[in-house]
Design a protein around this ligand. Structure first.
Ligand code: PMP
Length: 290
């Protein structure tokens, strides 16, 4: 495996960072997870733009302009001779001293890892997942902003631990007002009275690239779509529920906190949107080997 690490292409063993990097010491940095399918990077510019906005929001300068970053990303995939997989872009605050002050860190770190991807078990896509609501709340915009895809994932990890302890793969996180925000690594959708609903990002969700793509595909199909506040009751009484994310793609949910959702089987809206999504991943994107 060839990894881009702070200015050089290196082997996995050589790809190491300083113990004084604030990305390690404080989770100070931002990242992106991007999929490539069939030799093309899916929604590459959208991911790079989100990385730029995450960095800008936390006053972190990206180590190079976006076109250069894109070239490095494509080069890393090529050097690993991959056509389908996942690429992780990590920008750290860089090496500083032991204090919190990010401005002691002169040069941001940049790591790019291209790999194959571990997916949820295929059976979950057929039967649907069971998920649970957890006690760990999604931080609000007044704390670590959920729209910043930062290296500080402890909030989501605590929620993930609760899900795993409950025998589930994903957790629904509520915001401090009790409204549904998102899952630990996925956005959430429901269908109610034939309308596709998802919480607005202001409820405490990451503006998922898959979420935005699915909203667009649903509009193209003519489905009524609304971003609206949702409670657990809305989830329990939905006709369908599904999650979206770069790794998960579109995955049905058939049980939440023990309540069966809709018919108990993955629904027709999810099936249609999943099919449209998968078709788009196979036919669009930035060519890697042009
Ligand atoms: N929410 C969180 C907290 C995430 O980490 C992710 C994965 N990046 C998502 C939602 C889904 O976003 P995307 O579709 O851009 O992968």
């Amino acid at each position: 495996m060839t990894i881009y690490c702070n200015g050089k292409m290196c082997s996995r063993a050589e790809a190491t960072v300083s113990v004084f990097d604030h990305g390690l010491l404080y989770g100070d940095g931002v990242f992106e997870g991007i999929r490539f399918y069939n030799g093309r990077v899916f929604k590459c510019d959208e991911h790079l733009q989100r990385l730029h906005e995450s960095a800008h929001s936390i006053m972190l300068h990206l180590p190079c302009p976006l076109p250069e970053l894109k070239a490095l990303l494509l080069d890393t995939i090529r050097r690993n001779d991959l056509r389908d997989g996942y690429v992780r872009l990590v920008v750290t605050r860089g090496e500083g001293n032991l204090g919190l002050n990010p401005f002691t860190c002169a040069t941001p770190g940049l790591i790019i890892i291209a790999d194959r991807i571990a997916l949820y078990p295929p059976a979950l896509y057929q039967q649907g997942m069971a998920i649970v609501t957890v006690a760990t709340q999604r931080t609000g915009a007044e704390a670590v902003p959920p729209r910043v895809k930062s290296l500080n994932y402890l909030n989501n990890i605590l929620a993930k631990i609760e899900a795993i302890n409950a025998g589930c793969e994903e957790a629904v996180m509520l915001n401090r007002f009790g409204f549904v925000a998102e899952c630990t690594g996925d956005n959430i959708f429901i269908v109610k009275h034939g309308v596709l609903l998802t919480p607005p990002v202001s409820m405490g969700a990451l503006q998922g690239i898959t979420r935005d793509t699915v909203l667009e595909l649903a509009r193209q199909r003519g489905y009524p779509v609304r971003e609206d506040t949702l409670t657990r009751h809305d989830l329990f009484c939905a006709e369908e529920c599904f999650l979206t994310g770069t790794a998960a793609e579109v995955i049905p949910v058939t049980k939440i906190d023990g309540r069966v959702i809709g018919s108990g089987a993955p629904g027709p809206v999810m099936h249609q949107l999943r099919e449209d999504f998968l078709k788009l991943t196979q036919t669009t994107g930035t060519p890697i080997y042009a």
